[in-house]
Design a protein around this ligand. Structure first.
Ligand code: PEP
Ligand code: MN
Length: 338
C-alpha cells in the first residue's frame, strides 16, 4: 500500500501519518521526490483501512500495491534509483561500463587488461576470483589471491572492482576489497546468501538473473536483499535458457523496458554470457544501449585463446575500444552519458 501526500506537505505531517501506520505494527518507507512525497507501507496491510488514512488533510490518495515486491517496486520509488559504486554513478542517465576478464589469472593479465579498458572508457573492472563452474574439474578461480590482484589493479588504474561472492563466509573480505559484489545467476535464489548480503554487505550488489528466472522471481530476489537492509541493488540480465542451442543463452532485451516499468533499480546487460561468442557482443551491446540499459558488463581478455575461462566470448582490448567508440553515438540518442 502507498500513501501519496499532497504537494508541499511538511516533513512533520508526513512523519505523523507514518507513525500512525507504524503503531499498527507495520513498517514504512518514505520517499521524498521532487514533486511529491510518498510513504510505502510494508507488512500485513489488511490491518490498514485506506479510507481512514484518506481522512487526513495532507493525504492525496492511498493506493494498493498488488505486486509481492514493495521496496523494489517502481510505485514505491517513482524516480530511477541511482546507485553509487565507489563514486561511479549507475542509473538515471549514468552508465556502468564494466569490463575485464572472466577470471583473474595473474597480476600481469589483470593489470594489462585494466589499463587497456580504462583507456577505452570503462569505469569499473570485473574479474572473477571465486568461480561458479559447471564442472568440479574446471578452474575454480584464485580465491583470496585473486581478490588481492584486483586490489592491485585498482591501485594502478583507480577503477572500482566488481567480483562475485558465492558464499556468505567471504562477506567481510569483500567489504574490504570489492566495490560491487556480484551474486551470480546460479545463486540468484540462494535466499540465505541474499539475506546475508542484505544484512552485512556494505557495498552495492550486482544481482544477475537466474538461468530460468521470471522477471518477478528476479525482482523478489532483489527484494530479499533490500528487505534485509541493503537498498543498493543493480540488476544484470545475462541471457536465459531457451530451446536454442546455437548460442550459450538467449539475451532477453525486453527485460530492459519491462523492468523499468516494474522497478526503479538500474539494469545492466551482460552480452558476453548471453551469447557465449565474442562476435555477438558488439551487436547485442549496441541493441542494449538503444533499448535504454543502465550499463554493460563485458568480458575482455588480452589473450582469449589462452584464457582459463570463457575465452570464446571475450573481446580483445582493441575490439572493446572500437565498441565503446561506436556506442557513444547511440548513448547520446537515448539520453545517456558514456
Ligand atoms: C560471471 O559473470 O562471471 C558469471 C559467472 O556469470 P553468470 O553468473 O551470469 O553465469
Ligand atoms: Mn565468464
Amino acid at each position: 500500500m502507498i500513501i501519496v501526500f499532497k504537494q508541499k506537505t511538511s516533513e512533520a505531517d508526513v512523519n505523523k501519518v507514518a507513525k500512525n501506520v507504524e503503531d499498527l505494527g507495520l513498517s514504512t518507507h518514505i520517499v521524498v521526490g521532487e514533486e511529491q512525497t510518498i510513504c510505502g507501507i510494508i507488512g500485513d496491510t489488511t490491518k490498514v483501512d485506506p479510507k481512514s488514512l484518506e481522512v487526513s488533510p495532507v493525504v492525496e490518495k492511498v493506493m494498493k500495491v498488488s505486486e509481492p515486491y514493495k521496496l523494489a517496486n517502481r510505485a514505491f520509488h517513482p524516480e530511477d534509483s541511482i546507485i553509487d559504486v565507489a563514486g561511479v554513478k549507475v542509473g538515471g542517465n549514468h552508465m556502468a561500463l564494466i569490463a575485464g576478464p572472466c577470471s583473474v589469472e595473474s597480476v600481469e593479465q589483470v593489470t594489462e587488461i585494466a589499463k587497456a579498458v580504462k583507456e577505452s572508457g570503462a569505469n569499473m573492472l570485473r574479474g572473477g576470483a571465486f568461480k561458479p563452474r559447471t564442472s568440479p574439474y574446471s578452474f575454480q578461480g584464485m580465491g583470496t589471491a585473486g581478490l588481492d590482484i584486483l586490489v592491485e589493479a585498482k591501485k594502478a588504474t583507480g577503477l572500482p572492482i566488481v567480483s562475485e561472492s558465492m558464499d556468505a563466509k567471504y562477506i567481510d573480505e569483500f567489504n574490504e576489497k570489492v566495490d560491487l559484489v556480484q551474486i551470480g545467476a546460479r545463486n540468484m535464489q540462494n535466499f540465505d546468501l541474499l539475506k546475508e548480503v542484505g544484512k552485512r554487505c556494505t557495498k552495492p550488489i550486482l544481482l544477475k538473473r537466474g538461468l530460468c528466472a521470471t522477471y518477478e522471481e528476479w525482482i523478489m530476489s532483489a527484494e530479499y536483499i533490500m528487505a534485509s537492509g541493503n537498498p543498493n541493488v543493480i540488476l544484470c540480465e545475462r541471457g536465459i535458457r531457451t530451446f536454442e542451442t546455437y548460442t550459450r543463452n538467449t539475451l532477453d532485451l525486453q527485460s530492459i523496458p519491462v523492468l523499468k516499468k516494474m522497478t526503479h533499480l538500474p539494469i545492466v546487460i551482460d552480452p558476453s554470457h548471453a551469447g557465449g561468442k565474442w562476435w555477438l557482443v558488439e551487436p547485442m551491446a549496441k541493441a542494449a544501449v538503444a533499448a535504454g540499459c543502465d550499463g554493460l558488463m563485458i568480458e575482455v581478455h588480452n589473450n582469449p585463446e589462452k584464457a582459463l575461462c570463457d575465452g570464446p566470448q571475450s573481446l580483445k582490448p582493441e575490439k572493446y575500444d572500437e565498441l565503446l567508440k561506436q556506442l557513444s553515438g547511440i548513448a547520446k540518442v537515448v539520453g545517456k552519458e558514456l
